[in-house]
Design a protein around this ligand. Structure first.
Ligand code: SAM
Length: 288
């Protein structure tokens, strides 16, 4: 027989509603009522850490303007699932794109929801393989809202089971095995990437074009269509006219068909006549 076990922390519908509004306004993350239990589970850890008994008390901490706690609140509500060479069909396309642009100076890529780093390191490995060099003329800026995952990405240290899934050549060429059995991305690979915290909802991104490519994969699914559209409108002028936008497998840009058109499976290019890119060259000017 099912019993209604009392929960460790009191969590009312009103608490859930406040949290839903807070995270939507700040990060664009649209939580449906079905996420009630997920929110409880993710934030219960914060209440425990702070020695609180109810979500109402926790909301008071946030409402008092505790910025460190707000950061941890945000980090708790992001979903960071990722893996090396996820949606692998994108990487040969990226490689072809880099090859086609070869000779036109440093190529700039933005990984706009980089999570724990597997995605930007996959982009970096692709660049090294394309140019057959550990120092390809490619700079990657990798950003995420979640400060916890950015720190993991910066460290570039991964469990053996993740790295050993890569083919042997890649694991050997791009990672060093540490004494504890984990693997660290080689310094040269790490040097290709600069990490920054960027909330895609903030009005001024510290990114300047023109970019050769933007990866924005598996994050727009958390946003509603109007939010997605606002972001897509801001991506377009950052891309070179032939720049590519890579999105996740369940994301489509039908609602932005005046800005982006499909080039290949979940890879988009700008519709010609869109806003011109802001002039810049090299990563230093990619970062504002
Ligand atoms: C499911 S992961 C996707 C990771 C990677 N792009 C991939 O496809 O494997 C979604 C990432 O989006 C980030 N995110 C969520 N809302 C964001 C926002 N408003 N601005 C920037 N990043 C955000 C999360 O922190 C999380 O790391």
């Amino acid at each position: 027989m099912l019993t209604n076990t009392p929960r460790e922390f009191a969590f009312t519908e009103q608490d859930f509603e406040k949290i839903r509004v807070m995270i939507y306004n700040y990060a664009g993350i649209a939580l449906t009522p079905a996420k009630h239990d997920m929110v409880y589970g993710r934030l219960a850890r914060r209440l425990r850490a702070l020695g609180l008994r109810t979500f109402n008390e926790y909301l008071q901490v946030l409402e008092r303007g505790d910025s460190k706690e707000f950061e941890l609140f945000t980090n708790s509500l992001t979903t960071n699932l990722t893996s090396f060479f996820r949606e692998s069909h994108h990487f040969p396309m990226l490689s072809d794109h880099l090859k086609a642009a070869r000779g036109s100076g440093v190529l700039n890529l933005w990984c706009s929801a980089s999570s724990t780093g597997e995605e930007p390191y996959s982009m970096a490995m692709t660049a090294c393989e394309t140019f057959d060099s550990l120092r390809p003329p490619v700079h990657i800026i990798a950003t995420d809202l979640d400060t916890g995952v950015l720190e993991t990405a910066r460290q570039g240290i991964y469990n053996a089971d993740e790295v050993e899934k890569l083919d042997n050549n890649r694991a050997r060429r791009f990672f060093d095995r540490q004494a504890d059995g984990r693997y660290r991305a080689k310094q040269e690979l790490r040097d290709l990437i600069v990490y920054r915290r960027v909330n895609l909802m903030e009005p001024n991104w510290p990114i300047r074009g023109p970019l050769d490519g933007i990866f924005c994969r598996n994050v727009m699914i958390y946003f509603d269509k109007p939010t997605q559209l606002k972001i897509l409108q801001r991506f377009a002028p950052l891309l070179k006219p032939d720049g590519l936008l890579f999105v996740g497998h369940s994301e489509n840009l039908y609602h932005a068909s005046d800005i982006f058109k499909l080039r290949s499976k979940t890879v988009y290019e700008r519709v010609s006549g869109g806003a011109a890119p802001t002039p810049a060259s090299g990563l230093r000017s990619t970062l504002r």
